[in-house]
Design a protein around this ligand. Sequence first.
Ligand code: AFP
Length: 300
Amino acid sequence: MRRHLREREEDRDLTRVICELATASRYIINSIRTGELGVAGTSNLYGESQLKLDVLADRIIRKRMTHTGVIASIASEEDGEIQIIDPDGKYSLAFDPLDGSSLVDVNLAVGTIVGIYKGADVLSPGREMIGALYVLYGPRCTLVYSTGNGTHEFAMNALMEYTLVQENIQIAEQGNIYAPGGTRNQYTPGVEAFVSHLEERGSKLRYSGGFVPDINQVLIKGHGVFLYPHLKNLPRGKLRLLYELNPMAFLVEQAGGAASNGHQRILDLVPEGIEHREPVFIGSKADVAKVEELIRALES
Ligand code: AFP
């Protein structure tokens, strides 16, 4: 991966950040595969206090990021507040160290999601990001990143090194898989009409309950749409703008897809705070445009 980044003449400090995140993922995948599934506060057989996997993942990433010496601030889903590391640092991160962590004990895939900003301000619109990546801890461990020049996939080999799988992933204009989050009886008229439209078109439902594997499926299959919409009982939806939506919107747009909150581009939204939640419709451009049209027609 380091060679790939150098060949593309990426900034050396940005290369360090991405490679240190890749290193962090080795420790995280090892913890997932070998660690106890206990909850924080319990102790393992050695009497050590048990860390929840997401707390452990958060600590691993923080340690590696501090080690780079180029980080200004960190906003982690685990911490709920922005931590200043070095006000003069070159980059800042917003990340979810282990998204979907509740799926580990049923052996479903989970992931780490990271958005990378120049300077110290992670509360700027996502379009200001200079990079994003996720690591998917599934049957294979894969890493997908973009620094604004396409979206690229790597896979971890037996030596725990990341080797290139594909460059410049492309998402087709329209798809035939969909991942519908939330509960259907809470869907609003525009969203209900959209899902009915997809089903009538023969789209197949593919939903794991993990944002990273569900987005990865749209990216790597090269078509489809993920939605976690505004719901009657959850008008802002569930997913967090900083830690989940902005990084994935960056990666999907770089692959020729689109990401909307049903009315406007996710990357244009001004964060109201680090816990800001937004509805999301993300994936094939025509599918995202279709749901925006139905929401306009049936909900305005
Ligand atoms: P957890 O991190 O609490 O497991 O939630 C995972 C998640 O934030 C995201 O990964 C999924 O897309 C979404 O929640 C699934 O939510 P539902 O369980 O309501 O479908």
